[in-house]
Design a binder for this molecule. Sequence first.
Ligand SMILES: Cc1cc2nc3c(=O)[nH]c(=O)nc-3n(C[C@H](O)[C@H](O)[C@H](O)COP(=O)(O)O)c2cc1C
Length: 386
Amino acid sequence: MLPERKEAEALLAEAERCNPGPWGNHSRVAAVCGEKIAARCPGMDPEKAYVLGLLHDIGRKFGVKHLGHVYDGWHYMLELGYDKAARICLTHSFAVQDLEDYVGKKDIPEEAQEELRMALAKVVYDDYDRLIQLCDSISGPEGPVDMEERMADVKRRYGRYPQEKWEKHLELKRYFEEKTGRDLYEIVGKTMLRGSLHKVIKKEEGGHDKMSEVLQAIAKRSSTRGYTQEKLTKEELDTLIQAGLQAPTAANRQEIHITVVEGDNPILAELETDKNQGRGLADLPHNFYYEAPVVLFLSGDASFYWSKLDAGIAAENIALAAEGLGLGSLIIGCVKDALYGEKKDYYAKALKFPEGYEYEIAVALGRKAVTKEPHDYSAEKNVTYL
Ligand SMILES: Cc1cc2nc3c(=O)[nH]c(=O)nc-3n(C[C@H](O)[C@H](O)[C@H](O)COP(=O)(O)O)c2cc1C
């Protein structure tokens, strides 16, 4: 037995009132994903998938629990006579059919664990069990999310995520992609932003998804704060400058100017001193460009509304080109106060900014002496789909 859609929605709403939290919307997202995927799988019932998605976490009604929510949901649904939903409450966390694989606290007594263990072992998984396991792993409270991103997040929060479980989820993705003949994220309405691109790159290194060189550079770039003293070749420097000049500009004004400054130019030391003085800082172990062999200063027409944006775009073009050449880069804003202070005109002259131009941004460039992982980000937090 399974409740109708309306009743399932009412059950979820009531459960949310008892224990409010993002889990309610996570369940709704899982329901919609389940419905969409099932609609493309011959022989599957989208309505059933929707209801099962909606109720898989219903045990959270009874408080903030880990394994407890599996136990509570299973019993709650059995008490209401909804055995099919009860089964999903039981199986949704176990892509690997083993209670020991649970990531999170086993916050129920040993007898209850044994009860779950035995019940779980008896189930022969069908496509609805698999589908909701999959949907659980791609559903954030605001919409579908990247599966690997979500698993990585669980790993960060709980300190572990069994490899077998990770692989099982990827297998589930492949399973339903084969069944539907479509890319999973296409079906659930998420065509881009599959979490950190560098994770996709890692997959590629394992022989999976092909990525363009541009996407690889975007995914791999991170700020370099440590350089060797080896100079850039003329060809490298020209390529970087061209990348900056090839950036789009508002109304194609092409107003961004680039001043190339060698790392040992005394103007940089002077700027370092002024920056530190302005900020009340003593000498730092590194200067602001981390001893890079070259720093590009991008200046823009002070009277043009879009100069700052244009300079930002050019700076990122340069940074990506550097990554493409296997070089390091650091976008630098921290000298702004010094460059806009009482010595503004002096610096504009010393850095040979064109008349009426002012500093927008700088980019340090060189060979990496240190490496850093690209930063993590949250598409859930930073993206809204209308
Ligand atoms: C406009 C702008 C100004 C920045 N200024 C500095 C800076 O003055 N010094 C610095 O070490 N990093 C600076 N950064 C680098 C950021 O700290 C860095 O991009 C951010 O921490 C993310 O790390 P990632 O670049 O490694 O992905 C700046 C970045 C931008 C976009």
